[in-house]
Design a binder for this molecule. Sequence first.
Ligand code: SF4
Length: 352
Amino acid sequence: MPDPAISSEFTFELLVCRWAELDWPPDDAARGVDGESADAAPPVIVSRQLGTQKRRWDTIVIECDPEGLAARREFGDRTIDGDLLPLVRHAPAEWAYYRDALPDPGYPWRYVREAIHRGAARGLIEKRKNGRRIEIRRNRPYPDWVRRIVAIENKPDLDASAAAALSDQLEHDVETALADEVWLATGRTGERVEPALLREFPVEAGVLTMDFGDGGDRPRVDADAATVDWLPSTLEPQSDGERFDSAEKARRRRLIAERAYGKGWRSFTETTRPDCRWFDLERMGRGLVPVCGAKRRCQSEAECGSRCGSFEPEPPQWRTKGWPIEGGPGKGVRALLERRRERARDPPSKSS
Ligand code: SF4
């Protein structure tokens, strides 16, 4: 049995994502979020490793409007990308010439026509020809489903040099204010995070200490794994900023939310090798993390790829009759995580 100790930032990140799915927001009673109790906490979509061209966040939590999220689900499970979003948002209820209905894209209209064909093929909008003109209409209004966006930077081992490096990133996040809140999540190594390290960070950034220990030597994730060391300030994504005006911020936030919706955080099955015979999933409390039988530990996402020297394909007989999971364990792992991703989009998402 491989050792499931948290030996990589990747594993820590997955556990933070799982915890967020179980128990976001942290310490909500202390924060008095709109007077809501924990039971009334908004449904969340959790994703990892996404952001903008210049800044990629470890963990993203999208707090959703419950009715808006249900309406968003009607558009399907895939991300609605930056070319399709203007279509679904502005397509009219009645048939109209697309150039009359849509805002000027700021780039050639032929790209918009391509997006119309793509959007119609996905069932996001309808299109028809009226003479030489393409007309469009919506199938349903695109909902306002995002309440707040929260960015979390993960650092399991926080020391002075890591704190110094992270402070620049957090300053940047606070300055751009694309997210409503910015947090640092670190592992519990002793007591609370040292005040000297806390002082390294902008006061607007919150600090969470994650405790994935159960008193034994096996890490685990539970809903109460986090302690708030420092509460964050709410940033102002609706205001103009030095880097982006409010309209550009809103556009970027929609893109981030859509990418989080389509990607989730279990998408590591697309970037690692569940088809390797050594790939397995290990239960850690209410979370599952990948482990490597060859390395006998949790592997990192970077090492679990096509260049891994220990990679061995699943034996063909695993993929044929007799294996308890249809298609072999690699395919089974993918299917299992995909099912959990689906379930996580269906609030309430507190089950494991
Ligand atoms: S690809 Fe390498 S790291 Fe990934 S499971 Fe296989 S042996 Fe382990």
